[in-house]
Write a protein that binds this ligand. Structure first.
Ligand code: AMP
Length: 215
């Protein structure tokens, strides 16, 4: 199965993707995570991407399309994968169609997670992750059971993203509505666009996604 989790920054794509990866065995492909790893490793792509990411703007299509085109050919993607943060504009969506056709596979569903802007800003400004296993938390909505200790791996170090600050969040939302939201009609026309209410609690959203995927 190949699916896209679609929605603005802070909609909960990463959180749901981690759950779907565990429950359905689909590999999570997050272009944001891949770019952050490239930035941390100071690769050629990482150095080119960093300024755009810090400014809340999209990284150039050739970089992200190249990353995804390479990644989906790997053996671990043969059992299916889940795209999180890609495509982010119509050119990327078209490029994805070409890649999938070359691999002889097709997209099963695009799941749009709908969330109000005010909630997005609150979610993004409070979120952080375990530095060791990347489990996601939030200052008020989703704390670890034992303060300062990751529920998943017992790690005690946590990190926040450079671009998770109020000023950059506003720019990222602007980019989403200008460039990414126009991808929705592209998939609606193909009859594979589904919607879930991303304002609900994490478990409820997960249940809605399960229901969509079970059809
Ligand atoms: P995310 O983790 O998905 O919120 O992505 C963080 C940042 O990485 C974005 O604000 C962009 O600068 C960059 N990025 C991630 N995915 C893409 C993409 N598909 N196209 C362009 N830029 C991207």
């Amino acid at each position: 199965m190949i699916i896209i989790l679609f929605g603005p920054p802070g909609a909960g794509k990463g959180t749901q993707a981690q759950r779907i990866e565990k429950s359905k065995g689909l590999i999570q492909l997050s272009t944001g995570d891949m770019l952050r790893a490239a930035v941390a490793a100071q690769t050629h792509y990482g150095q080119k991407a960093k300024d755009k990411m810090d400014a809340g703007q999209l990284v150039s299509d050739d970089i992200v399309i190249g990353i995804i085109a390479d990644r989906i050919k790997a053996d671990d993607c043969k059992g299916g994968f889940l795209l999180d943060g890609f495509p982010r504009n119509v050119a990327q969506a078209q490029a994805l169609d070409v890649m999938l056709a070359e691999e002889g596979v097709k997209l099963d569903a695009v799941i749009e997670m709908k969330v109000d802007d005010a909630v997005l800003v609150d979610r993004i400004s409070g979120r952080y992750t375990c530095a060791k296993c990347n489990e996601g938390y939030h200052d008020t909505n989703l704390k670890p059971v034992v303060e300062g200790v990751c529920d998943n791996c017992g790690g005690t170090e946590f990190k926040r993203r450079n671009d998770d600050n109020a000023e950059t969040v506003a720019k990222r939302l602007k980019e989403y509505y200008a460039q990414t939201a126009p991808v929705l009609p592209y998939y609606a026309e193909k009859g594979i666009l589904q919607q879930v209410n991303g304002m609900n609690a994490i478990d409820e959203v997960a249940a809605q996604i399960d229901a969509v995927l079970a059809v």
